[in-house]
Design a protein around this ligand. Structure first.
Ligand SMILES: *Cc1c(COP(=O)(O)O)cnc(C)c1O
Length: 384
């Protein structure tokens, strides 16, 4: 088969979504499947919808448009604030968007009204992570302006934590969101349909002992795709962490010294090399990454035709007993441990979010969908 390739096991993708949809439904929370790391893959979107996600989200209007072109029928949400220059495309392809700027909402309203549509607005509130969000004290004023605008409807409010500053969702900040919902509803005499508590980083909180309060919606990408929660990158019980894998082909396999020879300066990507034939990273591969620079004698070094133009090498998890020593644009150097890999053999790696995104966006990496799943019938319903 062609290499390098990203294999998407659609059965595992579907399984992960079934498990999370049901666990969240038991807490009264709907799951929105965020497709951006897959560039809006229609296969992934369909598997998620079959598993019971209530809608799809993406940060890029291009991906939402390609889902529409592929005939995927579902409510779709743009999860990054729309660009003012794209409001026409946004109201055409997306039903709803997350917003923080009145200038953009005015643009969306005008574009929607001009085509007889109503675009749904979720106002994002800043609750500590310091990425997108209206300051809580300014929320009521923005709500008042949105309610007065034809062409848009206020669907709800939401927040995003963890991505920028690593702020964990907890009883305090989620409680604050519920209080804001109650205040807005009381002040304006309305009921907010969507209270979007956050992303995959909210899972531990959402499935933990705290009451979800008014939060009834989460936007999930990483947890569905890779089976890990992003605060500590721990596997989520019952989920597959290998629904996505990257496979590369061996182009050289030789015994070589573990220490480079000559005057040592910068490498192709500017790093100061680790000389001991270890990857010097994070211990994910289960090896000693002490990086002691010592001479470990001759070792089997294997080169895989895979590089920074294909993946983020730091985000690859090598098979047990192997370790990534380093990578440049096109060459990935592996310590294959006790194994001797023949030229032409393939090596398959698990990926983290960064490696997944790079592989999805690389024109050199073939995308191959494998596996199947059975129709699960009706998934657990979410009240409200
Ligand atoms: C990317 C994104 C998500 C999904 O994040 P994951 O960590 O992959 O679950 C949710 N909300 C917003 C605003 C995003 O940009």
């Amino acid at each position: 088969m062609t290499a390098p390739r990203l294999e998407i096991d659609i059965g595992k993708v579907h399984h992960n979504a079934c498990v999370l949809v049901d666990r969240l439904a038991a807490r009264g929370i709907a799951a929105c499947g965020v497709t951006k790391a897959t560039l809006g893959s229609p296969d992934v979107a369909r598997a998620w919808l079959d598993a019971g996600v209530t809608g799809l989200g993406d940060a890029r209007i291009e991906n939402i448009e390609s889902l529409r072109r592929a005939g995927v029928a579902a409510p779709m949400m743009l999860v990054r604030s729309p660009m003012l220059s794209q409001v026409d495309r946004v109201v055409t392809a997306a039903d709803m968007s997350l917003n923080t700027e009145l200038a953009v909402i005015r643009g969306l309203a005008a574009a929607a009204a001009a085509t007889g549509r109503t675009h749904r607005i979720v106002l994002m509130v800043e609750l500590g992570d310091l990425r997108e969000g209206i300051m809580p004290g300014d929320l009521a004023e923005v709500v008042r302006a949105v309610l007065a605008m034809p062409g848009v409807a206020l669907a709800g409010i939401g927040t995003n934590l963890a991505c920028q500053s690593g702020v964990s969702p907890d009883a305090a900040n989620m409680g604050e969101l519920s209080v804001l919902v109650a205040e807005i509803e009381a002040r304006f005499g309305l009921v907010l349909d969507v209270v979007s508590g956050g992303n995959s980083a909210n899972l531990d909180w959402a499935l933990g002992p705290d009451s979800p309060g008014r939060i009834n919606h989460l936007r999930l990408g990483e947890a569905l795709l890779l089976g890990r929660e992003p605060l500590h990158r721990r596997p989520v019980a019952g989920l597959h962490t290998d629904a996505f894998t990257v496979t590369g082909e061996v182009i050289e396999s030789k015994r070589k010294p573990s220490v480079a020879r000559g005057t040592i300066a910068q490498t192709a990507f500017g790093a100061v090399p680790v000389a001991d034939g270890r990857d010097g990273r994070d211990g994910r591969d289960g090896r000693d990454d002490s990086g002691d620079g010592g001479d470990h004698g001759d070792r089997h070094r294997t080169i895989v035709a895979l590089g920074r133009q294909d993946v983020d090498p730091a985000g690859l998890l090598a098979p047990t007993g192997m370790a990534v020593i380093g990578a440049s644009s096109d060459h990935l150097v592996l310590d294959a441990g006790a194994r001797r890999l023949a030229v032409g053999a393939e090596v398959t790696f698990e990926v983290d979010y960064s490696a997944l995104v790079r592989a999805m966006t690389s024109p050199f990496v073939a995308k191959v969908v494998t596996g199947t799943y059975d129709d699960r019938g009706a998934p657990a319903a979410v009240a409200g």
